[in-house]
Design a protein around this ligand. Structure first.
Ligand SMILES: Nc1nc2c(ncn2[C@@H]2O[C@H](COP(=O)(O)OP(=O)(O)O)[C@@H](O)[C@H]2O)c(=O)[nH]1
Ligand SMILES: [Mg+2]
Length: 635
């Protein structure tokens, strides 16, 4: 377990940690000289077996709240220190407000310096403290009066902390490994070391990890967990990792970066979050207010974008989009604090909802419904509502990453949901079964209507059907459902056109007669795609009218248009494609080879081969061509 101190400067945090652990956490020369804490200090207290209690001692001075924040996000428990003589002071209140905004509920209060106060004063400060905690996440926290000078109460406090530490269990042990870097340095002989609080998961010597947001690959050479040599480290510990990697040096890593499993390295420049404005703010928070964002151990310039157009009143909470000056690694549930632009005042805090927030349409009703669904902290309930409000489905990779789920954990969730999974491995989308079925029904209905109103057509282009639907499905969702309907033979998909299996294209008597004459002429020409000008002459009709008729037929799959005025029957195309495939096996699919085998002449050969290229059947490679996709299914 990691416990962080908090409280006003000079109230005895550092001396108390020393009394509890024997370690002086003020390590910088300036800290020693001035007798104040500037940066984070660390101390460890050994319990039985492998259990070690870790302390992060934070500076109390208002100028170092930034460092305090790097120490308190991601800790498990807080030790709020209030001196008996002073009582609560400004940074007592600011730190408490921060802990409350972070939602930290595991906490203990130490009233220090009781050797300097009488019984009445101690009771008074205890009462003041209880009032201060009322209505915060630390309401009802146990209060221990202590003196670090004569040792009064220290053993009781230590015993209490030990009990809390023994009972501590993190729920984030199963997630991917993620550590917020608060220090990095080089050790002679060992190399680069990064230290920080582990937010989730486990790490072992030999693991391959990423630095985020840079994406540098590193390997773990050695681990110190809670200040001791270890083979593994895990959530609830402070760890120092000795890392190596190609082209990585100390200057490329900063406080605020993360070291984590590759799967959750998804840096973002914007994310949606719920934030609460402090009651003590005097004015409402406006759209596009600049603020310092503190998340993990980082401090990043940002703007607060309101999603519902309203300002946030003091004490109120709202969903906002945070737009960052540089990219950062954030995941769902990460706690955050906002300080004002000059970094003098804490103004708001909250937690991340969606690290994959869109740039456009961030305030649309559909998007807001999705954000509301994602706010649910339980992944299964969140996903259940999300597939309900997003008819086009949910990007499952984004969902898994944002929730820091391992593939194994994610796949264990799927069966609990009435969800169809479709798409390629890296772009899988999850669609609610009811939305899926509804789309299948409306596609079939649209086709029925089409056939009824245009019986002389074979069927509409697939995309025409998609665009006619309300609500309009995404291309991926539509194609997935069409694919399934085609497999089930509920519809037929040829040449990107759809039709119902029972539909027979009707032609009027005149068209029927014309078609049988044209087909006869085309059949007589064999593999040679004859020009419609020639056919028109032969049949003594207008060439323009014939061309229009043929183009209409081409839309139905009866013929295929090869070039401006040339068409082929499906059988002829299949035969020509077979010749191409045969030649390609011998690597002899050249223009000359094709002309010799097909006997259609030089000019026609060029037209056919170019048609094959355009259709995605063949690809030209100097003088020869190779097959890209088999002809069956293409034509
Ligand atoms: N009399 C008395 N002095 C204390 C006690 N705890 C801390 N101090 C003194 O208060 C001053 C500030 O302590 P320090 O731990 O540095 O405060 P911090 O700023 O909260 O870390 C130092 O001079 C300490 O010696 C205590 O219990 N009794
Ligand atoms: Mg201190």
């Amino acid at each position: 377990m990691i416990i962080a101190t908090s409280g006003h400067i000079d109230h005895g945090k550092t001396v108390l940690v020393k009394a509890l652990t024997g370690v002086d956490t003020d390590r910088l020369p300036e800290e020693k000289a001035r007798g104040i804490s500037i940066d984070l200090g660390y101390a460890y207290h050994k319990l039985e077996q492998d259990n070690v209690l870790g302390f992060v001692d934070v500076p109390g001075h208002e100028r170092f709240v930034r460092n305090m924040l790097a120490g308190v996000t991601g800790i498990d428990c807080v030790l709020l220190v209030i001196a008996a003589d002073d009582g609560p002071m400004p940074q007592t209140e600011e730190h408490l407000a921060i802990l409350d905004l972070l939602g930290l509920s595991a906490g203990i209060v130490a009233i220090t310096k009781i050797d300097r106060a009488d019984k009445k004063r101690i009771e008074e400060v205890t009462e003041l403290t209880e009032m201060l905690l009322d209505g915060t996440s630390l309401e009802g926290a146990p209060i221990y009066p202590v003196s670090a000078i004569n040792g009064d109460g220290i053993d009781d406090l230590r015993t209490h902390l030990e009990t809390v530490a023994r009972g501590f269990k993190s729920t984030k042990l199963d997630g991917n490994f993620r550590l917020a870097i608060d220090r990095r340095f080089t050790v002679p002989g060992a190399g680069l070391v990064v230290t920080g609080n582990v937010f989730s998961g486990k790490v072992a010597v030999g693991d391959q990890l990423n630095i985020s947001p840079t994406g540098h690959q590193v390997r773990v050479r050695g681990i110190h967990a809670q200040n001791r040599d270890a083979e593994t480290g895990q959530v609830g510990q402070r760890c120092a990792l000795n890392i190596t990697g190609p082209n990585i040096n100390k200057d490329e890593i900063h406080r605020g970066d993360w070291v984590l499993n590759e799967g959750i390295n998804a840096p973002t420049r914007r994310f949606d979050a719920r934030i609460r404005l402090l009651k003590s703010e005097t004015r409402a928070l406006k759209h596009w207010t600049p603020a310092h964002l503190h998340i993990g151990a980082s401090d990043i310039g940002s703007r607060v974008a309101m999603l519902d157009g309203k300002n946030i009143a003091p004490g109120e909470s709202a969903i906002v989009q945070l737009v960052l000056d540089e990219s950062a690694n954030v995941l769902h549930g990460d706690r955050l604090i906002l300080r004002d632009q000059s970094a003098r005042r804490t103004i708001a805090g909250g937690s991340v909802i969606d690290p994959f927030a869109p740039t456009r349409g961030r305030s649309k009703p559909g998007r807001l419904a999705a954000v509301a669904a994602m706010e649910n902290s339980d992944p299964i309930n969140a996903l259940r509502s999300l597939i309900d409000v997003q008819p086009n489905g949910v990007n499952l990779a984004h969902f898994i990453t944002s929730r820091n789920l391992t593939t194994f954990q994610a796949e264990a969730l799927w069966p609990d949901l009435d969800m169809v999974i479709t798409g390629r491995d890296d772009e899988q989308i999850g669609i609610s079964r009811s939305h899926w079925d509804a789309l299948a029904t409306s596609i079939l209905k649209a086709l029925e209507k089409w056939h009824r109103t245009q019986p002389d057509q074979l069927g509409p282009a697939a995309n025409t059907v998609r665009l006619s639907l309300d609500p309009r499905p995404s291309v991926a969702f539509f194609n997935a459902v069409v694919g399934q309907l085609a497999t089930a033979k509920d519809l037929i998909l040829t040449n990107r056109r759809l039709r119902l299996p029972a539909h027979q294209m009707s032609m009027n008597a005149q068209d029927k007669k014309l078609w049988s004459e044209v087909r006869q002429t085309m059949e007589n020409a064999g593999l040679k795609p004859i020009s419609m000008h020639e056919v028109a002459e032969e049949l003594d009709i207008k060439s323009n009218a014939l061309n229009a008729f043929m183009r209409r037929l081409a839309g139905t799959g009866f013929v295929t248009q090869i070039s401006q005025s040339r068409f082929l029957l499906p059988d002829a195309i299949q035969d020509l494609a077979a010749i191409a495939e045969m030649l390609a096996v011998e690597n002899e699919l050249t223009a000359a080879g094709f002309r010799n085998k097909s006997g259609i002449g030089r000019n026609m050969t060029i037209e056919i081969l170019e048609f094959f290229d355009k259709a995605g059947f063949t690809k030209r490679d100097g003088n020869t061509r190779h097959i890209v996709k088999p002809a069956t299914g293409l034509f």
